[in-house]
Design a protein around this ligand. Structure first.
Ligand code: F6R
Length: 270
């Protein structure tokens, strides 16, 4: 896993937006996997700025969101569909028909979840999946104990997640207890994953994810099995990582290689 540590949350947002924008420029028909929650908000704001000021073109991009609360329609102010419209889709030139967020009011969930997986496959799979992480180490709504091979399905939220998300609803009582979510297995099939985390409340989950054992108790740790994951963290979220100095060295080496400074690695330079 590539680990990038930025000074603060703003740095995480800018760096993450660069990864997304580079892909959109390189591959205008790319398929993006998107997350909700507070972590990617700054990244979405930066992408909107890039669209307005630099002409970043989303007209042929397709998106799939990770999850949605069961019982909420897309117009509910706390639904993830509504969140995505407000935070990104309404401000860029994406075709609304190409934005997919699971339907929290689907009647036949089993069929609907299979259909969501089929749709992802029909679009050629996800090129870049953006991920936040729960304080219990979940990705999407794959709570501790979720199968690491799981697919899109219904999931019961843990008390910890309900508590964490109550800030968006006003009270814990109003937070839905069920969500429809891509599975860990679905996420692992994305070509590249971009894991974002900021703040001290994520430090333990990040340590367990990156340096702990692979376990269904911390579903994000399954990302260790993926061949192309970039974790972009702020200092606080990276606080408990033991190998921080090494991750910094890797980034410096990478930058030197990109700048063609081969002499640094004992290679002839002319
Ligand atoms: C949201 C999602 C969740 C969040 C996670 C962190 O689509 O899949 O896994 O990424 O709960 O939420 P925040 O960013 O609000 O701390």
């Amino acid at each position: 896993m590539r680990v990038i540590v930025e000074k603060d949350k703003e740095g995480v947002s800018r760096r993450a937006a660069q990864f997304v924008a580079n892909l959109v420029r390189r591959r205008p028909t790319c398929v993006l996997g998107l997350a909700t929650g507070s972590t990617p908000l700054g990244m979405y704001a930066e992408l909107i700025r890039m669209h307005r000021e630099e002409g970043l073109d989303f007209s042929r991009v397709v998106t799939f969101n990770l999850d949605e609360y069961v019982g909420l329609s897309g117009s509910h102010p706390q639904s993830y569909r509504h969140f995505m419209q407000q935070s990104l889709f309404d401000h860029i030139n994406i075709d609304p028909r190409d934005t997919h967020v699971p339907d929290g009011r689907a009647l036949d969930f089993e069929n609907y979840c299979e259909q969501y997986e089929r749709l992802i496959a029909e679009e050629g799979g996800i090129d870049l999946q953006v991920l936040g992480i729960g304080s219990d180490g979940h990705i999407a709504f794959n709570e501790p104990g979720s199968s690491l091979g799981s697919r899109t399905r219904l999931k019961t939220l843990t008390e910890e997640t309900v508590r964490d998300n109550a800030r968006f609803f006003g009270s814990e009582k109003e937070v839905p207890r069920l969500a429809i979510t891509m599975g860990v297995g679905t996420i692992l099939e994305s070509r590249q994953c971009l894991l974002l985390a900021a703040g001290d409340s994520k430090a333990r989950a990040i340590r367990d994810t990156i340096e702990g054992p692979i376990t269904a108790q911390v579903t994000a740790s399954a990302l260790q099995l993926h061949r192309d994951v970039i974790a972009v963290l702020d200092e606080e979220a990276a606080r408990l990582l033991e190998r921080r100095a090494y991750y910094r060295e890797v980034e410096q080496a990478q930058a030197a290689l990109q700048a063609g400074q081969l002499g640094k690695f004992g290679m002839p330079t002319s």
